[in-house]
Design a binder for this molecule. Sequence first.
Ligand SMILES: O=C(O)CCC(=O)C(=O)O
Length: 265
Amino acid sequence: MELTPRQLEQFDRDGFLVFPNLFSPSEVAVLRQEVGRLSRVDSEEVVREHTGGVRSIFRVHETDGATRSPAFRALVRTPRVLRPVQQVLRDDAVYVYHTKINTKPAIEGTVWQWHQDYGSWKRDGCPRNTMATFNVMMTDTTEMGGALYIIPGSHKLGRIEPVYDESTSYKFWALPKDRMIEVLRSSPEPIAVTGRAGTGVLFHCETLHASGHNLSAEDRWHIYVSCNTVANRPPVRADARPDWVVSRNTQPLPIEDDRGVLNAA
Ligand SMILES: O=C(O)CCC(=O)C(=O)O
């Protein structure tokens, strides 16, 4: 899939793009079956809510490790995911920084505080903001079900120094509250990105985003494929976060078969 000059302009202006019906119901069915299987894996790559339900499943794109998955490996290599990432990053040598499936279970799935992904990734040692994330919805996503909120154009604010947020079971670097209130008061209204299963969303690493609790009766299953340019890989430090959050595999990813997800079934 090749983005048009208009879509590239839109990405540069808004910091995100939405692609309805990007993956078919049969592809989504294959991916959903994999989420079911991976949710039963017991390993450090599977992060749980305080209440016990699965919050995130990391590192599903490799051929090794407890959470490996041929279908998700194929997904990240499809031209529908990888080509737009290469285009918005203006570089064909791109690798997967990490993958994670956020399952946000019905009633139980909790908030992701306002943050920019590059808040953490600069701390990991990535020198530049040549990074982006491709999200694919594997269930219909509603506002009540904990849709992702995005502030249009917020990537233009540049990186805002984050604070360590320990309010959820997955601790990470989020925007400080006072600064976030200022940003909300001076920015366009956040958009709740809702859509049918199979919808894709591509966003810049400095785009401010968050999501609320899942108050609905349905789980909200999303995969996030976060990518970096090879030229921007961080040094491997002694205090580096684990491989499942900061991938040590920085080989440029090849674009492979667009039918890869179905073939992996
Ligand atoms: O799953 C969500 O709602 C938010 C995930 C997110 O913000 C992230 O992974 O950076």
